[in-house]
Design a protein around this ligand. Structure first.
Ligand SMILES: [Zn+2]
Length: 141
């Protein structure tokens, strides 16, 4: 019997579908307010900057910097038992919004605030692709 436990997945409600469709193509896409031009994340019906309701999904760079992070040493969910320690990062995207994700391909002790990162997309189960981040060459800005 396979005793592996599936990892929890993020919301898959209709307002998230354009995000996942773009992620499956290796593109980070965010809702952009049609009144003030600001990007927002997570998807929500009203712009937090101007309260505008009109928006359009638009590809973004996928680049940003580590705004904050935590290294997980404790196993809080059995599906992650083989992965500790790992770094959970809050990335401030160049376009403004912040996004929680994982930093991959680097030892957790090497994580630094302000480090330049770029998104990469990995299968997360159930046909879903999610953005993870890697250290990027060059400056964060
Ligand atoms: Zn707005």
């Amino acid at each position: 019997m396979d005793e592996r436990v599936a990892k929890p997945l993020p919301p898959q409600t209709p307002d998230w579908l354009p995000f996942y469709e773009a992620a499956a193509r290796g593109v980070l896409s965010l809702p952009r307010c049609q009144q003030c031009g600001s990007f927002r994340f997570p998807p929500r019906p009203v712009c937090p900057n101007c309260l505008g309701k009109d928006f359009a999904w638009q590809p973004v760079s996928g680049r940003g910097e580590i705004w904050s992070y935590v290294v997980m040493h404790q196993v809080y969910h059995p599906a992650f038992a083989d992965e500790v320690p790992y770094a959970v990062v809050l990335v401030r995207l160049h376009e403004g919004p912040k996004m929680l994700s994982r930093l991959i391909d680097v030892a957790p002790r090497a994580v630094q605030i302000g480090a330049a990162v770029e998104a990469t997309f990995l299968p997360a189960g159930n046909g879903l692709y999610l953005p993870f981040f890697r250290l990027a060459a060059g400056p964060a800005t």
